[in-house]
Ligand binder design. Structure first.
Ligand code: NAI
Length: 459
Protein backbone atom coordinates (compact mmCIF):
# COMPACT_ATOMS: atom_id res chain seq x y z
CA UNK A 1 0.00 0.00 0.00
CA UNK A 2 1.32 3.45 -0.95
CA UNK A 3 1.66 5.73 2.06
CA UNK A 4 1.32 9.47 1.77
CA UNK A 5 2.10 12.05 4.42
CA UNK A 6 0.96 15.64 4.09
CA UNK A 7 2.71 18.22 6.26
CA UNK A 8 0.26 21.08 6.88
CA UNK A 9 -3.43 20.50 7.60
CA UNK A 10 -4.66 23.83 6.28
CA UNK A 11 -7.00 24.97 3.50
CA UNK A 12 -4.89 23.16 0.92
CA UNK A 13 -3.35 20.16 2.70
CA UNK A 14 -6.63 19.13 4.35
CA UNK A 15 -8.98 19.06 1.34
CA UNK A 16 -6.32 17.96 -1.20
CA UNK A 17 -5.15 14.94 0.72
CA UNK A 18 -8.65 14.08 1.95
CA UNK A 19 -9.71 13.84 -1.71
CA UNK A 20 -6.67 11.66 -2.49
CA UNK A 21 -7.74 9.30 0.31
CA UNK A 22 -11.33 9.35 -0.94
CA UNK A 23 -10.36 8.57 -4.53
CA UNK A 24 -7.58 6.08 -3.74
CA UNK A 25 -8.75 3.47 -1.22
CA UNK A 26 -5.43 1.67 -1.70
CA UNK A 27 -3.43 4.68 -0.51
CA UNK A 28 -3.00 5.47 3.18
CA UNK A 29 -2.97 9.21 3.83
CA UNK A 30 -1.82 10.87 7.05
CA UNK A 31 -2.17 14.63 7.33
CA UNK A 32 0.00 16.11 10.05
CA UNK A 33 0.29 19.54 11.60
CA UNK A 34 2.03 21.12 14.58
CA UNK A 35 -1.20 22.87 15.53
CA UNK A 36 -2.93 20.51 17.98
CA UNK A 37 -6.23 22.44 17.96
CA UNK A 38 -6.42 22.19 14.17
CA UNK A 39 -5.76 18.46 14.21
CA UNK A 40 -8.32 17.97 16.99
CA UNK A 41 -10.87 19.78 14.85
CA UNK A 42 -10.05 17.60 11.81
CA UNK A 43 -10.68 14.57 14.06
CA UNK A 44 -14.00 15.99 15.34
CA UNK A 45 -17.47 16.43 13.88
CA UNK A 46 -16.76 20.12 13.31
CA UNK A 47 -13.97 20.40 10.73
CA UNK A 48 -11.65 23.43 11.06
CA UNK A 49 -12.50 24.77 7.60
CA UNK A 50 -15.79 25.15 5.80
CA UNK A 51 -15.92 23.85 2.23
CA UNK A 52 -19.08 22.56 0.57
CA UNK A 53 -18.83 18.76 0.25
CA UNK A 54 -15.76 18.41 2.48
CA UNK A 55 -17.54 16.82 5.46
CA UNK A 56 -18.78 13.95 3.28
CA UNK A 57 -15.30 13.28 1.88
CA UNK A 58 -13.57 13.35 5.27
CA UNK A 59 -16.22 11.38 7.13
CA UNK A 60 -16.21 8.70 4.42
CA UNK A 61 -12.51 7.84 4.85
CA UNK A 62 -11.37 9.15 8.22
CA UNK A 63 -10.14 6.26 10.36
CA UNK A 64 -9.99 3.97 7.28
CA UNK A 65 -7.27 5.32 4.99
CA UNK A 66 -7.25 8.94 6.15
CA UNK A 67 -5.69 10.04 9.44
CA UNK A 68 -5.03 13.41 11.07
CA UNK A 69 -2.21 13.60 13.58
CA UNK A 70 0.39 15.79 15.27
CA UNK A 71 2.93 12.95 15.10
CA UNK A 72 4.87 14.54 12.27
CA UNK A 73 8.01 12.38 12.57
CA UNK A 74 6.12 9.09 12.58
CA UNK A 75 4.17 10.05 9.47
CA UNK A 76 7.37 11.12 7.68
CA UNK A 77 9.13 7.85 8.53
CA UNK A 78 6.24 5.74 7.24
CA UNK A 79 5.51 7.66 4.02
CA UNK A 80 6.66 7.02 0.46
CA UNK A 81 5.42 10.38 -0.79
CA UNK A 82 5.43 13.53 1.35
CA UNK A 83 3.45 16.64 0.44
CA UNK A 84 4.76 19.86 1.94
CA UNK A 85 1.66 22.01 2.21
CA UNK A 86 2.62 24.55 4.83
CA UNK A 87 1.90 28.26 4.77
CA UNK A 88 4.13 30.64 2.76
CA UNK A 89 2.97 34.10 3.88
CA UNK A 90 4.46 37.38 2.74
CA UNK A 91 7.52 38.28 4.82
CA UNK A 92 6.78 40.89 7.46
CA UNK A 93 10.35 41.94 8.19
CA UNK A 94 13.91 41.62 6.90
CA UNK A 95 15.02 41.40 3.28
CA UNK A 96 12.07 41.48 0.90
CA UNK A 97 9.62 42.48 3.67
CA UNK A 98 6.16 43.15 2.28
CA UNK A 99 6.90 41.28 -0.97
CA UNK A 100 8.94 38.08 -0.70
CA UNK A 101 7.44 34.79 0.49
CA UNK A 102 8.44 33.72 3.98
CA UNK A 103 9.89 30.29 3.38
CA UNK A 104 10.67 29.56 7.03
CA UNK A 105 7.85 26.98 7.32
CA UNK A 106 8.85 25.22 4.11
CA UNK A 107 12.44 25.08 5.26
CA UNK A 108 11.58 23.82 8.71
CA UNK A 109 9.36 21.05 7.27
CA UNK A 110 12.13 20.13 4.80
CA UNK A 111 14.75 19.91 7.55
CA UNK A 112 12.43 17.72 9.60
CA UNK A 113 12.06 15.32 6.66
CA UNK A 114 15.85 15.15 6.25
CA UNK A 115 16.41 14.54 9.94
CA UNK A 116 13.92 11.78 10.54
CA UNK A 117 13.62 9.92 7.22
CA UNK A 118 15.06 6.41 7.35
CA UNK A 119 14.23 5.50 3.75
CA UNK A 120 14.09 7.23 0.35
CA UNK A 121 11.20 9.65 -0.24
CA UNK A 122 9.52 11.63 -2.93
CA UNK A 123 9.04 15.12 -1.52
CA UNK A 124 6.34 17.19 -3.17
CA UNK A 125 6.16 20.96 -3.04
CA UNK A 126 2.44 21.66 -2.69
CA UNK A 127 2.83 25.09 -1.11
CA UNK A 128 3.05 28.03 -3.51
CA UNK A 129 6.70 29.01 -3.55
CA UNK A 130 9.03 31.27 -5.52
CA UNK A 131 10.65 29.85 -8.60
CA UNK A 132 13.65 27.60 -7.77
CA UNK A 133 12.60 26.82 -4.18
CA UNK A 134 12.83 23.11 -5.06
CA UNK A 135 16.55 23.61 -5.54
CA UNK A 136 16.93 24.94 -1.97
CA UNK A 137 14.83 22.06 -0.66
CA UNK A 138 17.01 19.55 -2.45
CA UNK A 139 20.21 21.11 -1.10
CA UNK A 140 18.84 21.02 2.46
CA UNK A 141 17.64 17.44 2.10
CA UNK A 142 20.88 16.19 0.61
CA UNK A 143 23.05 18.02 3.14
CA UNK A 144 21.13 16.65 6.11
CA UNK A 145 20.10 13.17 5.11
CA UNK A 146 21.46 9.86 6.30
CA UNK A 147 23.63 7.72 4.03
CA UNK A 148 21.95 5.78 1.30
CA UNK A 149 18.70 7.76 1.39
CA UNK A 150 17.54 9.44 -1.78
CA UNK A 151 15.14 12.37 -2.08
CA UNK A 152 13.39 13.32 -5.28
CA UNK A 153 11.67 16.69 -5.30
CA UNK A 154 8.54 17.39 -7.31
CA UNK A 155 6.56 20.56 -7.75
CA UNK A 156 2.81 19.95 -7.70
CA UNK A 157 1.16 23.35 -7.22
CA UNK A 158 -2.45 23.43 -6.13
CA UNK A 159 -5.03 25.28 -8.22
CA UNK A 160 -8.11 24.73 -6.05
CA UNK A 161 -10.17 27.79 -5.17
CA UNK A 162 -11.58 28.11 -1.69
CA UNK A 163 -15.35 27.74 -1.68
CA UNK A 164 -15.17 25.21 -4.53
CA UNK A 165 -12.20 23.18 -3.27
CA UNK A 166 -13.90 19.78 -3.35
CA UNK A 167 -15.32 19.99 -6.90
CA UNK A 168 -12.05 21.59 -8.07
CA UNK A 169 -10.10 18.64 -6.66
CA UNK A 170 -12.55 16.03 -7.93
CA UNK A 171 -12.51 17.46 -11.46
CA UNK A 172 -9.38 19.57 -11.85
CA UNK A 173 -8.77 21.57 -15.04
CA UNK A 174 -5.25 20.16 -14.86
CA UNK A 175 -2.79 18.59 -12.45
CA UNK A 176 0.71 19.94 -12.85
CA UNK A 177 3.76 17.91 -11.88
CA UNK A 178 7.22 19.38 -12.32
CA UNK A 179 10.42 17.44 -11.89
CA UNK A 180 14.06 17.48 -12.79
CA UNK A 181 14.33 15.99 -16.26
CA UNK A 182 16.61 13.19 -15.04
CA UNK A 183 15.63 9.49 -15.16
CA UNK A 184 15.06 9.53 -11.36
CA UNK A 185 13.09 12.78 -11.54
CA UNK A 186 10.85 11.41 -14.29
CA UNK A 187 10.32 8.19 -12.33
CA UNK A 188 9.21 10.20 -9.28
CA UNK A 189 6.93 12.28 -11.52
CA UNK A 190 5.33 9.06 -12.79
CA UNK A 191 4.80 7.77 -9.24
CA UNK A 192 2.80 10.89 -8.32
CA UNK A 193 0.99 10.89 -11.66
CA UNK A 194 -0.11 7.32 -10.90
CA UNK A 195 -1.84 8.52 -7.71
CA UNK A 196 -3.79 11.22 -9.56
CA UNK A 197 -4.57 8.81 -12.40
CA UNK A 198 -6.97 7.06 -10.00
CA UNK A 199 -9.52 9.75 -10.87
CA UNK A 200 -7.99 12.41 -13.14
CA UNK A 201 -7.98 11.71 -16.92
CA UNK A 202 -4.43 11.16 -18.18
CA UNK A 203 -4.52 14.08 -20.61
CA UNK A 204 -5.15 16.44 -17.68
CA UNK A 205 -2.04 15.33 -15.82
CA UNK A 206 0.63 17.61 -17.21
CA UNK A 207 4.31 17.07 -16.61
CA UNK A 208 7.05 19.62 -17.14
CA UNK A 209 10.31 20.88 -15.70
CA UNK A 210 10.42 21.98 -12.07
CA UNK A 211 10.90 25.68 -12.68
CA UNK A 212 8.09 25.96 -15.22
CA UNK A 213 5.79 24.23 -12.77
CA UNK A 214 6.73 26.53 -9.88
CA UNK A 215 6.36 29.64 -12.02
CA UNK A 216 3.07 28.46 -13.55
CA UNK A 217 1.35 28.70 -10.18
CA UNK A 218 2.47 32.29 -9.61
CA UNK A 219 1.62 33.11 -13.21
CA UNK A 220 -1.89 31.63 -13.01
CA UNK A 221 -2.73 33.61 -9.87
CA UNK A 222 -1.24 36.78 -11.32
CA UNK A 223 -3.34 36.42 -14.49
CA UNK A 224 -6.52 35.74 -12.51
CA UNK A 225 -5.99 38.71 -10.22
CA UNK A 226 -5.10 40.87 -13.19
CA UNK A 227 -8.51 40.13 -14.73
CA UNK A 228 -10.23 41.28 -11.57
CA UNK A 229 -8.16 44.45 -11.37
CA UNK A 230 -8.86 45.08 -15.06
CA UNK A 231 -12.63 44.86 -14.67
CA UNK A 232 -12.42 46.88 -11.47
CA UNK A 233 -10.47 49.60 -13.27
CA UNK A 234 -13.25 49.59 -15.88
CA UNK A 235 -15.85 49.82 -13.10
CA UNK A 236 -14.40 53.20 -12.12
CA UNK A 237 -14.80 54.39 -15.71
CA UNK A 238 -18.37 53.04 -15.72
CA UNK A 239 -19.26 55.01 -12.62
CA UNK A 240 -17.82 58.16 -14.18
CA UNK A 241 -19.57 57.74 -17.53
CA UNK A 242 -22.88 56.01 -16.86
CA UNK A 243 -21.81 52.74 -18.48
CA UNK A 244 -22.79 49.56 -16.63
CA UNK A 245 -19.89 47.29 -15.71
CA UNK A 246 -22.01 44.11 -15.88
CA UNK A 247 -23.02 45.00 -19.44
CA UNK A 248 -19.43 45.80 -20.39
CA UNK A 249 -18.21 42.52 -18.86
CA UNK A 250 -20.94 40.60 -20.69
CA UNK A 251 -20.10 42.20 -24.03
CA UNK A 252 -16.37 41.57 -23.61
CA UNK A 253 -16.83 38.05 -22.27
CA UNK A 254 -18.69 36.94 -25.38
CA UNK A 255 -15.42 37.24 -27.28
CA UNK A 256 -14.10 33.70 -27.12
CA UNK A 257 -10.55 35.01 -26.79
CA UNK A 258 -11.57 36.76 -23.57
CA UNK A 259 -14.25 34.45 -22.16
CA UNK A 260 -16.89 35.29 -19.56
CA UNK A 261 -15.34 33.94 -16.37
CA UNK A 262 -13.65 36.03 -13.70
CA UNK A 263 -14.98 39.29 -15.10
CA UNK A 264 -17.15 40.25 -12.15
CA UNK A 265 -16.40 43.67 -10.74
CA UNK A 266 -16.30 43.91 -6.96
CA UNK A 267 -15.00 45.81 -3.99
CA UNK A 268 -11.68 44.04 -4.59
CA UNK A 269 -10.16 40.60 -4.38
CA UNK A 270 -9.07 39.05 -1.10
CA UNK A 271 -7.89 35.67 0.07
CA UNK A 272 -4.54 34.44 1.19
CA UNK A 273 -3.12 33.90 -2.28
CA UNK A 274 -3.63 36.55 -4.95
CA UNK A 275 -1.92 39.46 -3.27
CA UNK A 276 0.80 37.30 -1.71
CA UNK A 277 1.61 35.52 -4.97
CA UNK A 278 1.70 38.69 -7.06
CA UNK A 279 3.95 40.42 -4.54
CA UNK A 280 6.10 37.33 -4.68
CA UNK A 281 6.24 37.67 -8.49
CA UNK A 282 7.08 41.37 -8.12
CA UNK A 283 9.92 40.47 -5.78
CA UNK A 284 11.13 37.76 -8.13
CA UNK A 285 11.10 40.20 -11.06
CA UNK A 286 13.05 42.76 -9.08
CA UNK A 287 15.57 40.16 -7.99
CA UNK A 288 16.02 39.26 -11.65
CA UNK A 289 16.66 42.95 -12.47
CA UNK A 290 13.42 43.33 -14.37
CA UNK A 291 11.99 46.53 -12.81
CA UNK A 292 9.48 47.17 -15.63
CA UNK A 293 8.03 43.70 -15.20
CA UNK A 294 7.86 44.19 -11.43
CA UNK A 295 6.05 47.52 -11.84
CA UNK A 296 3.55 45.97 -14.25
CA UNK A 297 2.45 43.26 -11.80
CA UNK A 298 2.58 45.58 -8.78
CA UNK A 299 -0.10 47.69 -10.44
CA UNK A 300 -2.57 44.78 -10.14
CA UNK A 301 -2.29 44.99 -6.35
CA UNK A 302 -2.34 48.80 -6.35
CA UNK A 303 -5.55 48.79 -8.37
CA UNK A 304 -7.09 46.43 -5.82
CA UNK A 305 -6.22 48.80 -2.97
CA UNK A 306 -7.61 51.70 -4.99
CA UNK A 307 -10.90 49.86 -5.52
CA UNK A 308 -11.38 49.31 -1.78
CA UNK A 309 -10.58 52.90 -0.95
CA UNK A 310 -12.74 54.22 -3.81
CA UNK A 311 -15.75 52.23 -2.57
CA UNK A 312 -15.20 53.37 1.03
CA UNK A 313 -15.08 56.99 -0.09
CA UNK A 314 -18.21 56.60 -2.17
CA UNK A 315 -20.03 55.30 0.91
CA UNK A 316 -19.01 58.27 3.05
CA UNK A 317 -19.82 60.71 0.28
CA UNK A 318 -23.31 59.31 -0.23
CA UNK A 319 -23.95 59.34 3.52
CA UNK A 320 -23.71 63.14 3.44
CA UNK A 321 -19.94 63.18 3.87
CA UNK A 322 -19.92 61.76 7.37
CA UNK A 323 -20.45 58.37 8.93
CA UNK A 324 -19.42 59.41 12.45
CA UNK A 325 -21.87 57.81 14.90
CA UNK A 326 -23.88 56.36 12.02
CA UNK A 327 -24.84 52.71 12.08
CA UNK A 328 -23.29 50.70 9.28
CA UNK A 329 -24.26 47.07 8.78
CA UNK A 330 -21.72 44.90 7.02
CA UNK A 331 -23.12 41.88 5.20
CA UNK A 332 -20.30 39.37 4.75
CA UNK A 333 -16.87 39.21 6.27
CA UNK A 334 -15.34 36.20 4.46
CA UNK A 335 -13.18 37.05 1.45
CA UNK A 336 -15.70 35.30 -0.78
CA UNK A 337 -18.79 33.14 -0.52
CA UNK A 338 -18.80 29.51 0.61
CA UNK A 339 -15.76 29.86 2.82
CA UNK A 340 -15.17 31.00 6.37
CA UNK A 341 -11.70 32.24 5.42
CA UNK A 342 -11.13 35.93 6.04
CA UNK A 343 -7.48 36.26 5.06
CA UNK A 344 -6.96 39.56 3.20
CA UNK A 345 -10.73 40.00 3.01
CA UNK A 346 -11.82 43.37 1.65
CA UNK A 347 -14.18 43.52 4.64
CA UNK A 348 -11.23 43.91 7.01
CA UNK A 349 -10.00 46.99 5.15
CA UNK A 350 -13.45 48.54 4.90
CA UNK A 351 -14.43 47.89 8.51
CA UNK A 352 -11.16 49.44 9.61
CA UNK A 353 -11.91 52.47 7.48
CA UNK A 354 -15.42 52.80 9.00
CA UNK A 355 -13.87 52.51 12.47
CA UNK A 356 -11.52 55.36 11.76
CA UNK A 357 -14.48 57.45 10.64
CA UNK A 358 -16.01 56.54 14.05
CA UNK A 359 -19.07 54.72 12.73
CA UNK A 360 -20.90 52.03 14.71
CA UNK A 361 -20.60 48.77 12.83
CA UNK A 362 -22.59 45.60 13.03
CA UNK A 363 -21.26 42.61 11.13
CA UNK A 364 -23.11 39.55 9.90
CA UNK A 365 -21.47 36.62 8.12
CA UNK A 366 -23.02 33.15 7.94
CA UNK A 367 -19.73 31.25 8.29
CA UNK A 368 -17.09 33.36 10.02
CA UNK A 369 -16.65 32.87 13.79
CA UNK A 370 -16.90 35.86 16.14
CA UNK A 371 -13.37 35.19 17.39
CA UNK A 372 -11.99 35.36 13.86
CA UNK A 373 -13.70 38.70 13.16
CA UNK A 374 -12.40 40.03 16.45
CA UNK A 375 -8.86 38.81 15.73
CA UNK A 376 -8.87 40.35 12.23
CA UNK A 377 -10.11 43.72 13.40
CA UNK A 378 -8.04 44.03 16.55
CA UNK A 379 -4.93 43.30 14.53
CA UNK A 380 -5.38 46.74 12.97
CA UNK A 381 -7.43 48.66 15.53
CA UNK A 382 -7.32 48.96 19.33
CA UNK A 383 -9.37 46.40 21.27
CA UNK A 384 -11.47 49.20 22.81
CA UNK A 385 -12.66 50.18 19.33
CA UNK A 386 -13.96 46.69 18.91
CA UNK A 387 -15.73 46.78 22.27
CA UNK A 388 -17.33 50.19 21.70
CA UNK A 389 -18.01 50.40 17.99
CA UNK A 390 -18.44 46.85 16.72
CA UNK A 391 -21.08 44.18 17.17
CA UNK A 392 -20.99 40.75 15.58
CA UNK A 393 -24.57 39.62 15.00
CA UNK A 394 -25.80 36.19 13.98
CA UNK A 395 -28.99 37.21 12.24
CA UNK A 396 -29.03 39.51 9.20
CA UNK A 397 -32.34 41.15 10.18
CA UNK A 398 -31.05 41.90 13.66
CA UNK A 399 -27.79 43.18 12.20
CA UNK A 400 -29.63 45.68 9.98
CA UNK A 401 -32.00 46.96 12.66
CA UNK A 402 -31.53 50.70 13.18
CA UNK A 403 -28.88 50.86 10.44
CA UNK A 404 -28.28 53.89 8.26
CA UNK A 405 -26.63 51.78 5.60
CA UNK A 406 -25.99 48.18 4.64
CA UNK A 407 -22.73 47.41 2.87
CA UNK A 408 -22.52 44.07 1.05
CA UNK A 409 -18.94 42.85 1.04
CA UNK A 410 -19.24 39.10 0.41
CA UNK A 411 -21.39 37.57 -2.35
CA UNK A 412 -23.18 35.01 -0.15
CA UNK A 413 -26.22 33.69 -2.03
CA UNK A 414 -28.47 34.18 1.00
CA UNK A 415 -28.09 37.97 0.70
CA UNK A 416 -30.01 37.81 -2.58
CA UNK A 417 -33.12 36.35 -1.00
CA UNK A 418 -33.45 38.23 2.30
CA UNK A 419 -36.74 39.97 2.98
CA UNK A 420 -35.61 43.50 2.16
CA UNK A 421 -39.07 45.00 2.86
CA UNK A 422 -38.67 43.84 6.45
CA UNK A 423 -35.08 45.08 6.59
CA UNK A 424 -36.06 48.46 5.16
CA UNK A 425 -38.82 48.89 7.72
CA UNK A 426 -36.32 48.55 10.57
CA UNK A 427 -33.67 50.95 9.19
CA UNK A 428 -33.11 54.69 9.66
CA UNK A 429 -34.25 56.76 6.68
CA UNK A 430 -33.03 57.42 4.11
CA UNK A 431 -31.93 53.79 4.10
CA UNK A 432 -28.88 53.05 1.96
CA UNK A 433 -27.55 49.83 0.48
CA UNK A 434 -24.07 49.69 -1.03
CA UNK A 435 -23.61 46.59 -3.12
CA UNK A 436 -19.90 45.86 -3.35
CA UNK A 437 -20.53 42.54 -5.10
CA UNK A 438 -23.20 43.33 -7.68
CA UNK A 439 -25.49 40.60 -6.42
CA UNK A 440 -28.65 42.45 -5.42
CA UNK A 441 -31.65 43.41 -7.53
CA UNK A 442 -31.21 47.18 -7.40
CA UNK A 443 -34.49 47.96 -9.12
CA UNK A 444 -36.46 45.97 -6.58
CA UNK A 445 -34.57 47.60 -3.73
CA UNK A 446 -35.24 51.08 -5.13
CA UNK A 447 -38.92 50.23 -5.43
CA UNK A 448 -38.92 49.36 -1.73
CA UNK A 449 -37.45 52.78 -1.01
CA UNK A 450 -33.73 52.10 -0.59
CA UNK A 451 -31.03 54.42 -1.89
CA UNK A 452 -28.91 51.93 -3.81
CA UNK A 453 -25.27 52.30 -4.82
CA UNK A 454 -23.56 49.61 -6.84
CA UNK A 455 -19.94 49.20 -7.91
CA UNK A 456 -19.52 50.05 -11.58
CA UNK A 457 -23.03 51.46 -12.01
CA UNK A 458 -24.65 54.82 -11.57
CA UNK A 459 -28.29 53.79 -11.86
P1 NAI B 1 -2.76 27.29 6.10
O1 NAI B 1 -2.12 28.37 6.92
O2 NAI B 1 -4.25 27.12 6.16
O3 NAI B 1 -2.13 25.87 6.49
C1 NAI B 1 -0.78 25.63 6.66
C2 NAI B 1 -0.61 24.68 7.85
O4 NAI B 1 0.74 24.27 7.91
C3 NAI B 1 -0.94 25.32 9.21
O5 NAI B 1 -1.97 24.61 9.84
C4 NAI B 1 0.39 25.24 9.98
O6 NAI B 1 0.21 24.96 11.36
C5 NAI B 1 1.07 24.07 9.28
N1 NAI B 1 2.52 24.06 9.43
C6 NAI B 1 3.40 25.06 9.22
N2 NAI B 1 4.67 24.63 9.43
C7 NAI B 1 4.58 23.32 9.75
C8 NAI B 1 5.55 22.32 10.06
N3 NAI B 1 6.85 22.59 10.03
N4 NAI B 1 5.09 21.08 10.36
C9 NAI B 1 3.78 20.79 10.37
N5 NAI B 1 2.82 21.70 10.07
C10 NAI B 1 3.22 22.95 9.77
O7 NAI B 1 -2.28 27.54 4.62
P2 NAI B 1 -3.04 27.11 3.26
O8 NAI B 1 -4.06 28.11 2.88
O9 NAI B 1 -3.40 25.68 3.34
O10 NAI B 1 -1.85 27.28 2.21
C11 NAI B 1 -0.76 26.39 2.16
C12 NAI B 1 0.02 26.66 0.90
O11 NAI B 1 -0.78 26.39 -0.24
C13 NAI B 1 0.50 28.11 0.76
O12 NAI B 1 1.76 28.10 0.17
C14 NAI B 1 -0.51 28.71 -0.18
O13 NAI B 1 0.02 29.76 -0.92
C15 NAI B 1 -0.84 27.54 -1.08
N6 NAI B 1 -2.16 27.60 -1.70
C16 NAI B 1 -3.25 28.03 -1.00
C17 NAI B 1 -4.50 28.04 -1.59
C18 NAI B 1 -5.70 28.50 -0.83
O14 NAI B 1 -6.73 28.67 -1.45
N7 NAI B 1 -5.64 28.68 0.46
C19 NAI B 1 -4.70 27.60 -2.98
C20 NAI B 1 -3.50 27.12 -3.60
C21 NAI B 1 -2.28 27.14 -2.98
Amino acid sequence: MTKICCIGAGYVGGPTCAVIAYKCPNVQVTIVDLNQARIDAWNSGNLPIYEPGLDEVVFACRGKNLFFSTEVDKAIVEADLIFVSVNTPTKKSGIGAGFAADLAYVESATRRIAQVATSSKIVIEKSTVPCRTAESMRTILEANSHDGIRFDILSNPEFLAEGTAVPDLMKPDRVLIGSLQTPEGIKAQQALAAVYANWVPKEKIITMNLWSSELSKLAANALLAQRISSINALSAICEATGADVDEVAYACGLDTRIGPKFLKASVGFGGSCFQKDILNLVYLSESLHLPEVAAYWKQVVDMNEYQKSRFSQRIVKRLFNTITNKNITVFGFAFKKNTGDTRESAAITLVNYFLQERANISIYDPKVDDDQIRADITELAPVEAFEKQIKVVHDPYQAAKGADAIVVLTEWDEFKTLNYEQIYAGMNKPAFIFDGRLILDSKKLRDIGFQVEVIGKTL
